[in-house]
Design a protein around this ligand. Structure first.
Ligand code: HEM
Length: 146
C-alpha cells in the first residue's frame, strides 16, 4: 500500500523534524517547519490517509480474520486523533510560530501534538505490521497467526 506507507512516512517525518528543529533550531526555522507541515505537508498527508482508509476498506471485503478486525478497529482512532488533534495543532502552532509567540501555550500544544503523533505512529505501525502479515511479506508470523 503506497498511500499507507506515504501517510506513515509523513507523520514520522513531521514528528522527528519537529523534535529536531525545536531542540536545535532558531525561532525562524521552527516557523518554517511549522509552515511546511501545514503546506504542503497536510495536503500530502490527508489525501494519503483517505486513500489508506478507502483501500483498506476495499481490501477487507475479500479478507477477514483477526488481523483484519484489529486493523479495522485501529483505523477510527487514527482518524479521530488525526482530525481532532493533529490537524488543529499543526494549524495553530503554525500561526503562533509565524507570529513569533513561543510561549507556554505554544509548548503546551506542542507536547499534546507530539503525544498524539506518537500514538498515531504506533497505531499505524501496528497496522503496517499486520498488513505485511496479511499479504504474507512477514511470512514467519503470517503462517502461525493469521
Ligand atoms: C494507517 C493505516 C494502515 C496502514 C499503515 C496499512 C498498511 C498496510 C500494508 C503495508 C499492507 C501490506 C501491503 C503489501 O504487502 O502489499 C497492508 C495490507 C492490508 N491492509 Fe492495511 N494498512 C492500513 C489500514 C488498513 C485498514 C483500515 C484496513 C481495513 C481493515 C486494512 C486492510 C488491509 C488488508 C486486508 C491487507 C492485506 C491485503 C492482501 O490481501 O494482501 N488496512 N496494509
Amino acid at each position: 500500500m503506497i498511500s499507507s506507507t506515504l501517510a506513515l512516512m509523513c507523520i514520522a517525518t513531521f514528528f522527528l523534524s519537529t523534535i529536531f528543529v525545536e531542540l536545535i533550531g532558531s525561532g525562524h526555522s521552527i516557523a518554517s517547519l511549522k509552515h511546511l507541515i501545514v503546506s504542503p505537508g497536510l495536503w500530502i498527508l490527508v489525501p494519503a490517509m483517505i486513500a489508506t482508509g478507502a483501500s483498506g476498506a476495499l481490501m477487507s471485503r475479500k479478507r477477514q480474520g483477526r488481523l483484519v478486525a484489529l486493523k479495522k478497529k485501529r483505523m477510527p482512532f487514527i482518524a479521530v486523533i488525526g482530525l481532532l488533534v493533529l490537524i488543529p495543532c499543526a494549524i495553530v502552532l503554525n500561526q503562533w510560530a509565524t507570529a513569533g509567540s513561543f510561549d507556554t501555550r505554544f509548548y503546551f500544544v506542542q507536547v499534546i501534538e507530539l503525544i498524539a503523533g506518537a500514538t498515531n505512529l504506533a497505531l499505524m505501525g501496528l497496522n503496517m505490521r499486520d498488513g505485511l502479515r496479511l499479504s504474507g511479506r512477514l511470512l514467519r508470523f503470517a503462517r502461525h497467526r493469521q
